[in-house]
Design a protein around this ligand. Structure first.
Ligand code: DGY
Length: 302
């Protein structure tokens, strides 16, 4: 009998077909007993209980995401289960969304569209919905990994002053400690993984240091930001606006956030382009196939 691969939720055909050609594929975690591989995503917690429900046959958890904060790595290690993710293939898609949110928040696009849709637009106004420009602004990139670096590349046409926090160097940009970066930046965009160390990295203390009138963008993980503190900073300052794709308790959003005009809200669509999602799905399948065929997977989580 071919090994059993259980897809927790769903996987685009670009990857699913590769798995179906070789393995028994079932969907839904209720079928996990006896699985050799589980395909998960950022919304699926992988803990000891799930691993034990799969049992000793389990060899790989392949996350359909670059982030893997949903996975208890220690529990996987203890059971000899390999964990893989999908880096690189979604870098550009996610970086483009970060730019879209910067521009949308700066130009008040959500608020503007709501006015039009409600039929409240009465014509061109000299002082209506004035925003700010990205060109020439100081942009602080928190985390200069793959996605943060791509954001920096894409920003080049806007001739910004670029600040960043990272161990690595970027010529033409200035390294800062986080407190200094937020105090100097007109835009702050988050590109670090969520971990015990980075949970609530942006809390009320840090938000108080942000430059008055600045804009926060988060396409990384909701847990990086203390939502209550964010709501206060959007209501009372120093933030002028925010652009968010991720939330602390997805898909739940606090009503206080939904009521704010100065926040652009997207439903975790950073990697949601056809090309990125197909490439992610193929990489998931390649990871599963490699492990089940006894080879090193292309993108193991370290
Ligand atoms: C990722 O790949 O981590 C995206 O956030 C989708 O979950």
């Amino acid at each position: 009998m071919p090994p059993l691969v259980v897809v927790a939720r769903s996987l685009p055909a670009a990857g699913l077909d590769l798995l179906r050609d070789r393995f028994d594929v079932a969907s839904g975690l209720e079928n996990v007993a006896g699985a050799a591989a589980i395909v998960t995503d950022a919304s699926v917690p992988v803990d000891a209980e799930l691993l034990d429900a799969a049992g000793p046959s389990l060899r790989v958890v392949a996350n359909f995401a670059v982030g893997y904060d949903n996975i208890d790595l220690q529990a996987c290690r203890e059971r000899g289960v390999v964990v893989t993710n999908t880096p690189d293939v979604l870098t550009n898609a996610t970086a483009e969304l970060a730019l879209a949110l910067m521009l949308a928040a700066a130009r008040r696009l959500g608020e503007a569209e709501r006015i039009v849709r409600r039929g409240e637009w009465t014509g061109w106004e000299p002082e209506q919905l004035l925003g700010r420009e990205l060109a020439g602004a100081t942009v602080g990139i928190v985390g200069l990994g793959r996605i943060g670096s791509r954001v920096a590349d894409l920003l080049e046409g806007f001739s910004p002053r670029l600040l960043y926090t990272s161990r690595r160097e970027r010529p033409g940009a200035e390294r800062r400690e986080l407190d200094e970066l937020v105090a100097e930046s007109d835009f702050v965009t988050l590109h670090v993984p969520l971990s015990a160390e980075t949970r609530h990295l942006v809390d009320s203390r840090l938000l108080a240091l942000f430059k008055p009138g600045s804009i926060l963008v988060n396409t990384a993980r909701g847990g990086l930001v203390d939502t209550e503190a964010l709501v206060r900073a959007l209501r009372q300052g120093p933030l002028a606006a925010a652009g968010l794709d991720v939330y602390e308790h997805e898909p739940e959003l606090p009503p206080e956030l939904l009521e704010l005009e100065n926040v652009v809200l997207a439903p975790h669509i950073g990697s949601a382009t056809r090309s990125a999602r197909d490439a992610m799905a193929r990489l998931v399948a390649e990871n599963v196939i490699a492990v089940l065929e006894g080879r090193e997977p292309p993108t193991p989580v370290p």
